[in-house]
Write a protein that binds this ligand. Structure first.
Ligand code: 0O2
Length: 206
């Protein structure tokens, strides 16, 4: 993957393959954790698990948003979510159970926890982000790759997906007005998430 302006290789094909491998490995982990948790809880924990490797355009845009030079070094040093996976769960406490389960895996080191549920972003965005180092064997050698895990509820995901379509990364005239509305809807959605968890607890005591 090249930066067309300077002809600098930003990500080699080999690196791209490594990120792809790390993403798939982490997906398999989340899938296993989901199976175990669902069995323990007697209900499905995650409704959807997905992953992606960030496109070069998206990487370049993110470096621009962060006012960083588009260089191969910055791609690896600054962008921590080139490989990203996401588990979308039914209830807020399931997310923290996922987090706990991940700590039992010796090939995963959680480098940073960004809890945008306890402390939502100004936009209203909520999710639990874990920046992890994954140590895995690949092509006859050990691979050490950073992977971002996003854990969110269906409700948080619904909001984030709509926010992506309507506002996120768009700098236009109406963004302040729309931003305020979206923030208040995020708060409403979050209060429903809490109510649903309370209801589940009440039902389980019947
Ligand atoms: P994409 O296309 O989804 O991958 P840093 O601030 O340096 O610690 P980073 O990665 O810049 O780290 O920021 P942050 O805030 O932890 O956000 C990482 C990702 O969270 C974003 O990745 C989005 O996926 C999601 N996100 C964060 N804030 C919002 C928001 O307000 N609305 C929505 N819809 N999603 C958000 P990317 O690379 O920006 O996007």
């Amino acid at each position: 993957m090249q930066d067309n302006n300077k002809n600098e290789i930003l990500i080699t094909d080999e690196d791209a393959l490594k990120y792809e491998a790390a993403m798939r490995y982490m997906l398999a982990k989340l899938d296993l954790i989901n199976t175990g948790l669902s069995d323990e809880l007697g209900r499905k924990a995650a409704s959807n698990i997905s992953g992606r490797v960030k496109s070069i355009e998206s990487i370049k845009n993110k470096l621009r948003r962060k006012n960083r030079k588009i260089t191969g070094k910055n791609v690896h040093d600054v962008i921590k979510d080139i490989a990203g996976v996401r588990a979308v769960c039914f209830f807020v406490d399931d997310l923290y159970k996922f987090h706990e389960q991940l700590t039992y895996h010796s090939d995963i080191t959680i480098l940073k926890v960004k809890d945008y549920i306890k402390k939502p972003k100004k936009s209203g965005y909520r999710s639990l982000h874990l920046i992890c180092r994954l140590d895995m064997p690949f092509a006859g050698q050990m691979l050490h790759t950073t992977v971002e895990i996003q854990l969110r509820t269906n409700a948080m995901d619904y909001w984030a997906e709509l926010d992506n379509q309507l506002r996120y990364k768009k700098e236009n005239e109406s963004s302040t007005q729309i931003g305020k509305k979206l923030k208040s809807y995020a708060d409403e959605i979050s209060s429903i998430d809490k109510k649903m968890m309370k209801l589940r607890n009440r039902i389980s005591q019947l």
